[in-house]
Write a protein that binds this ligand. Structure first.
Ligand SMILES: NC(=O)c1ccc[n+]([C@@H]2O[C@H](COP(=O)([O-])OP(=O)(O)OC[C@H]3O[C@@H](n4cnc5c(N)ncnc54)[C@H](O)[C@@H]3O)[C@@H](O)[C@H]2O)c1
Length: 332
């Protein structure tokens, strides 16, 4: 299949691009490299460009005779989205809508979208079975980031009823880890994800890791999240592309269905690295749900998704190998 991957030089995008290429697909990566890395994708596949340049994208859709789009490109920080909603609505919604419409006009019938657990907002912890979170749970995002992703999901759904078009929205929980062979891994600047931050604290690249809140109603008082290995996440995209066709409306959570607390992540990094992690206990951050764990049974049942990494230690081991070999990320 001829596939355009926006944001394909980023963390999850680059791992997915590898699997798509390995699967024999003809992949074009489109990325402005603001957060992505040239070294993360084969040079001959990369087109440097910005989503805002819709004519550039349109041209690519036509000349590459694109059959499917996998859309990772987005602004991705929750706290930043609260401070700069204009940037988030523009990059994540306006530009995505423009892309979607060019897909329609050029007959691109398959679209896979990077959505997020942030579409759910705060789970109803009082309601039985609210966690793990199922795809049909109520969706009331509590920040602009989640709101932009949910709004675009809605556009995909409406398009799929009116046009010969199918989509899959994958709601990722916390992506983590690095490629098994250590070739690529996670390198965000600034880093906002817990596992690399804890590794940076372990290796002295930052003075400590701050725990935001130690008084939650969780077993050890810290927030609990569902970590899914980036290669398992990438595999979900490949499976989704295989299933798509006109009128298909697919929405899946992607997580391992098990939560780990911040303290458990820290302890796991210490166990895997043999290093001590300096910790500073801080106050809660606004809008941080205590527990976010995915019910991912639908993805397993309908697409046959079978994650290879089903526990935190195995995921952290791959992240540790990457960071140890690349202390300065792609720059090192
Ligand atoms: N990392 C996670 O845990 C997580 C969780 C839920 C959802 N997501 C979603 O997954 C997707 C990928 O996340 P990631 O962690 O790989 O982030 P990332 O920042 O590593 O990748 C995003 C890529 O998109 C590119 N990009 C952004 N805006 C662009 C634009 N206007 N034009 C061209 N390129 C642009 C960036 O340069 C970057 O390479 C995002 O849509 C994010 O919202 C990520």
């Amino acid at each position: 299949m001829r596939i355009l991957v926006t944001g394909g030089a980023g963390y999850i995008g680059s791992h997915t691009v590898r699997q798509l290429i390995a699967g024999g697909h003809d992949v074009t990566v489109f990325d402005n490299l603001r957060y992505g890395h040239r070294q993360a994708v084969p040079a001959e596949r990369l087109v440097v460009g910005d989503l805002r340049d819709i004519d550039h994208l349109d041209h690519l859709l036509v000349v590459e005779r694109v059959e499917a789009v996998v859309h990772f490109a987005a602004s991705t920080s929750v706290p930043e989205s609260v401070k700069a909603p204009a940037e988030y609505y523009t990059n994540n919604l306006v530009y995505s809508l423009q892309l979607l419409d060019r897909c329609r006009r050029n007959g691109v019938g398959k679209f896979v979208f990077s959505s997020t657990a942030a579409v759910y907002g705060l789970p109803d912890y009082g309601v039985p079975d609210a966690v793990p979170i199922r795809e049909d749970a109520k969706k009331v995002p509590v920040n602009p980031y989640g709101a932009t992703k949910l709004a675009f999901e809605r556009a995909l759904e409406d398009y799929s009823f009116a046009y010969p078009f199918g989509y899959c929205a994958l709601r990722y929980f916390n992506a983590a880890g690095a490629a098994e062979d250590g070739a690529i891994g996670e390198d965000h600047t600034p880093e906002t994800h817990l596992i690399p931050i804890v590794i940076q604290a372990a290796t002295g690249k930052r003075p400590h890791v701050e725990i935001f809140g130690t008084d939650y109603n969780t077993p050890d008082g810290t927030c609990v999240r569902d970590y899914v290995h980036v290669d398992d996440l990438a595999a979900a995209h490949v499976l989704a592309l295989g299933k798509l066709g006109p009128g298909k409306r697919l929405t899946y959570n992607v997580g391992i269905g098990r939560g780990y607390s911040v303290r458990e992540v820290i302890a796991t990094v210490e166990a895997v690295s043999g290093l001590t992690v300096p910790v500073k206990e801080g106050v809660r951050r606004d809008g941080d749900p205590p527990v976010l764990v995915a019910a991912a049974d639908r993805l397993r049942a309908e697409l046959g998704w079978a994650p290879k990494y089903t526990n935190l230690r195995a995921i952290v081991e791959t992240a540790w190998r990457w960071h140890k070999a690349h202390p300065d990320g792609f720059g090192g």
